[in-house]
Design a protein around this ligand. Structure first.
Ligand code: FAD
Ligand code: GLY
Length: 359
């Protein structure tokens, strides 16, 4: 048996595993990332890259919101240290396209102000002034000027390079079949020794006890002139447009197990709803239709921490916000590996509380 020894073995080379590995390597630990496919091949490859704590906020998710905000604050420094990952503070415009949507948006605004989030209420005309491509039917909107976006594919490429620059190792095409607190065994018979971090996205449950399930998201990539600069959202679709000429239209939320089929119905629906908001998208090239699997949990909160005293660390279940939550998760996991108290309260996200916090 080929034995390999590190301070930490990270299972999974998505945004979360790589952020954990980078944070640990920067703090002087010898880390190794084991990824069975290629870097970023999981949910991360699908992600739009919105860093949107306010406009993703839901009723009853205060703990998650706090963690999202803590991570959003870390993003400027995180992005600056990685180089060009497409980080842009472009703001989000949540637009209502008819009266029903306007009422729903008023409820979201009430929720946001009850949570102390700063957003700006705009008339339909003001929305069009900000985003001239928006349909004349726009009845009003909510602007979160602080929200940002990043390109998740560039992010994982940069993170992988940063892990290696910091002395870490990355092994792709290596499937982990078993873990315990002190190491991981791979499908090809290798044993890796070190403290284990399981960051295997929606597949985490195949390695450790965790209430994590796949939630399918179909998403489109269009190419051509930028149809909007803000991340644009309605009740039914979001559009994230980058200076690079890529425009992302997302996304479905489907309970379909591990199925990643792209369906005609989903493509139709996403394009119809994006067109309803931004008619100009009809002129863009349809470059890609893709499906990814979000790591969902019963309460939509991630699971970050030790499974049990002295057990492996879990960093998974980031559901709709794994790109946003990468910096704070990386910092927290690095602290745990070093035996320190993380600088955010992980109690609401403990994998040990897995079932107890289920609604
Ligand atoms: P993954 O990216 O799935 O990575 C897990 C990795 O583990 C995979 O690469 C997999 O191959 C590997 N792996 C699994 N099992 C093993 C094993 N046994 N051995 C070795 N390797 C293994 N989040 C945002 O913040 N903003 C967004 O705008 C956004 N948009 C999204 C849009 C869509 C359509 C989807 C699907 C998700 C979106 N998300 C977004 C959510 C985000 O993508 C996820 O929360 C995040 O990517 C999770 O990262 P991860 O590293 O935990 O999982
Ligand atoms: N956060 C966007 C999505 O998960 O589709």
């Amino acid at each position: 048996v080929d034995e390999q020894r590190f301070d930490a073995i990270v299972v999974g080379g998505g945004a979360i595993g790589l952020a954990c590995a980078w944070a640990a390597a920067r703090r002087g630990l010898r880390v190794c990332v084991l990824e069975r496919d290629r870097i970023g091949a999981g949910a991360t490859w699908a992600a739009a890259g919105m860093l949107a704590p306010a406009t993703e906020a839901e009723f009853g998710e205060d703990e998650l919101l706090r963690l999202n905000l803590a991570s959003a604050e870390r993003w400027p420094g995180f992005a600056a240290a990685l180089g060009d990952v497409g980080y842009e503070r472009s703001g989000t415009l949540y637009a209502a396209l008819d009266r029903d949507e306007l009422e729903a948006l008023e409820r979201l605004r009430a929720l946001q102000s009850s949570l102390g989030l700063e957003t700006e209420w705009l008339s339909g005309r003001d929305c069009r002034r900000l985003e001239p491509g928006l349909t004349p039917h726009a009845a009003g909107g909510l602007r979160a000027g602080d929200e940002a976006q990043v390109d998740p594919r560039r992010l994982v490429t940069a993170l992988a390079a940063a892990v290696e620059d910091a002395g870490g190792a990355i092994r792709t095409g290596v499937e982990v079949v078993e873990v315990d607190a002190g190491g991981a065994a791979t499908a090809d018979g290798c044993a890796f020794e070190g403290a284990v971090v399981v960051a295997a996205g929606c597949w985490t449950g195949s390695l450790v006890e965790a209430p994590i399930r796949p939630v399918k998201g179909q998403i489109l990539r269009l190419r051509g002139e930028r149809p909007c600069t803000h991340s644009l959202r309605t009740d039914r679709v979001y559009v994230v447009s980058r200076p690079s000429g890529e425009t992302v239209v997302g996304a479905t939320v489907e309970e379909r197990g591990f199925d990643t089929t792209v369906t005609a119905g989903a493509v139709h629906e996403l394009l119809r709803e994006a067109y309803r908001a931004l008619p100009e998208i009809a002129e863009l090239e349809l470059a890609e239709a893709f499906a990814g699997l979000r790591p969902g949990t019963p309460d939509n909160r991630p699971r970050i921490g030790r499974l049990a005293e002295g057990g492996p660390i879990v960093a998974s279940g980031h559901y709709r916000n794994g790109i946003l939550l990468a910096p704070v998760t990386g910092d927290a996991v690095a602290a745990l590996l070093l035996g320190e108290q993380p600088d955010v309260d992980l109690a609401p996200f403990s994998p040990a509380l897995a079932e107890a916090v289920a609604p």
